[in-house]
Ligand binder design. Structure first.
Ligand SMILES: [Zn+2]
Length: 253
């Protein structure tokens, strides 16, 4: 269902959309007739509003992705780390400088556009132990267990430097209370010591390069971006386990 569906669209793709809207809780339920009329448009708008998307009544890639994510069950195969155990405070000297390098999966990575105005990029860690790999699927399952529609972050940077899309950027994230509107949330895998509780800047050089690259690309794409901050500037939390203001990341925009 790659094409943009809108009022007047017809056919199998519209039927699939109507079914998806019903499964995602369209009320009243839509007649699945393959005809994108006023009721389908109303249901698309209601779903977009509920999911934090731009409410335009058009069903494009981001709306369809968000609907699919909203109906996926949460099946964590590994338990979510207990972030409340993560001790506050950022220790250690600022990390050495690294060169900005594209992520190893740059060829497969598509940074989506959005009509949602973006003014800030907020950096997080996944609060997972040093030296261990976790996936977007793991984090998505943990966040869905909290009752969210999808993973809270828009992008996740793996330990090997790959950048993976999380929640579609057109959808408001869930990463900093009171600062989700107008922001993009990015997270790196890691952020605590092997004990699972002590905050630690565990970024690998590849992660640091990819974070720099990602922030630079996002700032170029979303013209309103004026600052790059860390979660710990808004909450009494250690996340992302370093001070963005003292890091290369804080000097990009
Ligand atoms: Zn955070």
């Amino acid at each position: 269902m790659a094409a943009l569906l809108k009022r007047g669209s017809r056919g199998a793709a519209v039927r699939a959309l109507q079914e998806l809207l019903n499964r995602a809780g369209a009320s009243p339920a839509l007649l699945v007739d393959g005809d994108f009329g006023g009721q389908t448009e109303t249901a698309v708008r209601a779903a977009q509003d509920r999911l934090g998307l731009v409410v335009d009544g058009l069903a494009g890639k981001q709306t369809v992705t968000a609907l699919h994510r909203a109906i996926e069950p949460a099946n964590p195969s590994r338990p979510e780390p207990d972030k409340s155990a993560m001790q506050e405070g950022v220790s250690g000297a600022p990390a050495d400088r690294v060169a900005v390098r594209p992520p190893p999966n740059v060829g497969a990575l598509k940074l989506l556009d959005t009509a949602r105005p973006i003014s800030e990029i907020i950096v997080h860690c996944a609060a997972t132990p040093e030296g261990k790999d976790f996936t977007v699927g793991d984090i998505r399952a943990w966040h869905k267990q909290r009752g969210w529609n999808d993973i809270g972050y828009h992008y996740v940077v793996y330990r090997d430097g790959r950048v993976l899309p999380g929640r579609p950027v057109g959808q408001i994230g869930s990463h900093v209370a009171g600062h989700n509107t107008g922001t993009i949330g990015i997270a790196y895998v890691g952020g605590v010591n092997t004990d699972g509780r002590t905050a630690k800047d565990t970024r690998t050089d590849r992660q640091r390069s990819s974070l720099l690259w990602l922030v630079r690309e996002l700032a170029a794409k979303h013209k309103g971006v004026r600052k790059v901050t860390g979660h710990n500037q808004y909450a009494a939390k250690a996340c992302p386990s370093f001070d963005v203001r003292l890091d290369q990341l804080g000097a990009i925009v």
